[in-house]
Design a binder for this molecule. Sequence first.
Ligand SMILES: Cc1cc2nc3c(=O)[nH]c(=O)nc-3n(C[C@H](O)[C@H](O)[C@H](O)COP(=O)(O)O)c2cc1C
Length: 232
Amino acid sequence: MPAKRVLILYYSFSSQTRNLLNGLSHGLEEQWVDVVWEQLRPVEPLRFPIGTVWGTLVMMCLTFFRKRFAVQPLSESCFSDWDLIILAGPTWSYNPSGPIMAMFDRDGQDLFQRQFVLPLISCRGYWRVHLFGLRRLLRRCGARVATPLIFSHPTPEPWRTIGVFLRLAGKVPQAGSGRFRRLYPRYGHSREQVFHAREIGGKLAAYLHGETESQEFDIPIPVPCDCSDPLR
Ligand SMILES: Cc1cc2nc3c(=O)[nH]c(=O)nc-3n(C[C@H](O)[C@H](O)[C@H](O)COP(=O)(O)O)c2cc1C
């Protein structure tokens, strides 16, 4: 059986998407799928954390209006044929992140035409508008879009919103008072979510090897999103 080839094309600002992808790629590679990574690198490097409350507010406003963050050229190999492209990144102010938007403007058609693309979103919890826009962009480029994988931060509201803001502003809530630390034990995704991503990788590999039912083609991964927040 020829090895299946998967491209992981991603941007990650604070390593959360990257952590999930590490799990997912383990699952794929355990089942003999060749995984190639391509990270989007902004031309002007972005510093995490942003470091100030004002800087964080400005970044949120700019990204609400879909500011692009130009990225360095992609490797030539990205433009070849793949069994699957996993397009992964965070939600920024209800949108795909600026580097992903810039990549679409420049390379979308050449990258995604006639490709099978699985979107993976890492977010605090508000992903619907992002997904809607991303799907539309991919379809416009001629991609076939698989059922997305969505990972929300597991901490309940309002603590995760406060926690993400403070983390971005460089205030490191974990180092704050004991009470807040109990309410917001960590920024980002849990170990269980990374482990879940690894399991999904295994199922995805089985799908790519043709070991699952063909009616699952458009919904290749028989696992629900792990977000259960009714506010979303
Ligand atoms: C500028 C900015 C805006 C954000 N806006 C949202 C948002 O609208 N919805 C959401 O759920 N998370 C939002 N987040 C949180 C990130 O999506 C979340 O922390 C994600 O896990 C980060 O992934 P990364 O480390 O791979 O970049 C935002 C983060 C940043 C930096």
